[in-house]
Design a binder for this molecule. Structure first.
Ligand code: NAP
Ligand code: NAG
Ligand code: NAG
Length: 322
């Protein structure tokens, strides 16, 4: 029997098929299940950024099902309206609304926050979910590098502008969707303005996701005893549109491997939802959660308290109008 014949043997074929099915079923595994969580959000207001597709849409859908007033913070009126109609239809909750914001623009973030502060009298949950990966080099009109502006500085400013409202609504939670990719990120404050960056694959993305955790931790520190918690979370490797800026061949491999191993968008929403609503996380703050909803340690740079103070101050300076 030739060596390769082994792969044609029925036992091999059947066990491979079984393993494939098993792996695909297991890919959305998490130690917490939103379907068995009975928390209701009636009377609560939540904002989810990037809620028109991918992970964000399923986070918003879950909140709407629980009876929350949900604000979808999206940059496209067309895509946002589609998601809005879908969520209203699926949940029967008509208290779901679309508000436009381009997180890469500080002016847009300010205008969005201004409107929220005028219209809302409470904000109990803020999920900073929107993000991009693989953007080519671009400097925004604020003089910021586009990926850093979208993934970190825009959400940073948004959170700070809404902070008084969130504090008044305590108990309240801020959840930042980061990524396990932060482990390969580096901190260099000149990156914010597009200096000393190389655009190799997801390198810039990795840096931005590290800043997410660092500043969320410092925010948690500043929010001590306010009843507002701030945590970061990895959603898992998820089949969404996140690869849209990568070359076709990269997307093909991602989708092929992803079909078996990566989470669905619904599965990717589980750990962010957990951080936003789970009763057992009451009072837990400044932590990082893995995609299976377990509490884990982030990379050493994300645990450096002195670096966090400095990073937060740099970001405050970059986002404040002088
Ligand atoms: N997918 C993964 O494997 C994975 C892994 C780890 C972490 N994450 C994180 O999970 C979060 C959600 O990503 P996803 O996978 O769901 O990706 P996605 O399908 O590409 O969705 C990203 C969302 O962010 C929005 N967005 C992008 N740029 C924006 C801007 N400038 N202003 C406002 N909204 C903007 C998008 O809006 P448009 O549709 O209008 O572009 C979209 O709604 C991101 O923070 C990502 O870094 C994802
Ligand atoms: C980043 O670039 C600036 C010039 O743009 C340079 O002065 C600085 O030393 C660089 N920093 C690092 C860490 O390479
Ligand atoms: C970004 O992080 C991911 C996950 O840790 C890693 O596989 C990848 O190599 C990193 N990218 C770069 C360019 O360092």
């Amino acid at each position: 029997m030739g060596y390769l014949d082994m792969f044609c043997h029925p036992v091999w074929a059947i066990s491979t098929a079984l393993l494939t099915v098993f792996v695909r079923i297991q890919r959305n595994y998490a130690r917490w299940n939103p379907r068995t969580c009975e928390v209701r959000l009636t009377g609560k207001t939540a904002i989810v950024t990037g809620a028109n597709t991918g992970i964000g849409k399923f986070i918003a859908l879950d909140f709407a099902r629980r009876g929350a007033r949900v604000i979808l913070a999206c940059r496209s009126e067309v895509r946002g309206t589609e998601a809005l109609n879908e969520i209203r239809e699926k949940t029967g909750n008509s208290d779901v609304h679309l508000r436009l914001v381009d997180l890469s623009s500080l002016d847009s973030v300010r205008a969005f926050a201004k409107r929220i502060l005028e219209e809302e009298n409470a904000l109990h949950i803020l999920v900073n979910n929107a993000g991009v990966s693989g953007l080519p080099r671009q400097i925004t009109k604020d003089g910021l590098e586009a990926s850093f502006a979208t993934n970190h500085l825009g959400p940073f400013l948004l959170t700070n502008l809404l902070l008084d409202l969130i504090k008044r609504s305590a108990p309240a939670r801020i959840v930042t969707v980061s990524s396990v990719n932060h482990k390969r990120g580096k901190v260099d404050f000149s990156h914010f303005r597009g200096e000393n960056l190389t655009y190799f694959m997801d390198e810039v993305y990795n840096h931005t996701k590290l800043h997410n955790i660092i500043c969320t931790n410092e925010l948690a520190h500043r929010l001590q005893d306010t009843g507002v918690t701030a945590n970061s979370v990895h959603p898992g490797v998820v089949m969404t549109e996140v690869m849209r800026h990568y070359p076709l061949w990269v997307r093909c491999i991602f989708n092929l491997v992803g079909f078996f191993f990566f989470k669905s968008s619904e599965g990717g929403a589980v750990s962010p939802i957990y951080c936003a609503i789970a009763e057992e996380l009451e009072g837990i703050t400044g932590r990082y959660f893995d995609s299976d909803c377990s509490l884990v340690l982030p990379a050493p740079l994300a645990r450096d308290a002195a670096l966090a103070v400095k990073d937060f101050e740099v970001c405050e300076r970059l986002t404040s109008k002088l």
